[in-house]
Design a binder for this molecule. Sequence first.
Ligand SMILES: [Zn+2]
Length: 377
Amino acid sequence: MTREYQRCTRCVMDTTDSRIEFDENGVCDHCRNFDQNIKPYWKPNENRLDELKAIAEEIRASRKGDYDCVLGLSGGADSSYLAYVAKEIMGLSPLVIVVDTGWNLNVAVENIERIVKGLDLDMYTEVINWKEMADLQLSFFKASISSCDYPQDHTIFATLYNYAVKHGIKYVLTGSNNSTEFIRPPVEWLYMNDVTMAKDIHRRFGKIPLKTYPTCSMLRYKILYRYVYGMRRVYPLDYVVYDKAEAMELLHERFGWEKYENKHYENVFTRFFEGYYLPHKFGFDTRKNVCSNQILAGTMTREEALELLSRPPYDPDQMELDKQYVAKKLGVTAEEFDGIIEQPSKTPADYRNQMWVIRLGVTVSKLLGIEKRNLRV
Ligand SMILES: [Zn+2]
């Protein structure tokens, strides 16, 4: 059943989120949820430094070896600012973990070096076996689903968690900041971390065995790591006033950090995936989500958002070059890659999956009041 196209009259979310619901004024349920459940408690200009310092003390007290926590550094604004907050504001001794998935742009690599050097941090780099990475990545494209960012994203967080547990480091710092992300991307835009689905996809489309590709299932990190090994995830950016423009300015002045043209565009794959693959094949444009958050936060008008969305996510000539680059790196011709992309779209339901674990997790989080956003799965 296809639904008639409709866009929220207040934010810019639309029916590419298949579960979106509109009221008689055409306002979507994400906006209503923000008004009812998030706005009353939202304090964007309040530093919670006392709370952050108390957390830092606990983290320092847990230290057994050279480090008291790990943090993943991509070279982007969020993780770079996180490294700064961890070292200079929280006074921690983090080990920086860098995962080389084979797609990083030079600007990211240079930013990582600048931050690590400028803050005098130690760094561990995990280089993912490229043949395995490419085989899994091509399998995901052949599976024709939207979550083709799995091979890269999953291995980044799996490396981080597995490293922490293996080395007895209890705390993992993450650069996500929930305080300005009121609207979670619809689950169909980003369906993450389902190892069962990845295995099924690789079994059907893969050509070589995955011997070293790091994985970590949802049950493993949510139950085993959390309750048996006591691993904790901490979100320091939720405790500080995080104005991204100001943060980038500080990083530039202090460390010579350079900004990218767009969030998450630190790497060719992500640029191609978010800028071309998702909008072209599924109509999912992550900018709708980013802009809608800003509209609700009052930092962007709906008109500005619509103007932005009327333009392509990035330069069409660059898209074509990226497509050729991605195809070549994955070992197929540009024509073969086009053929794969143009296959009919599929969803996780077409494969073995662990959607029930996510549903259970969301239900529990909502019951406990941890998840206030309007996430429907
Ligand atoms: Zn809305």
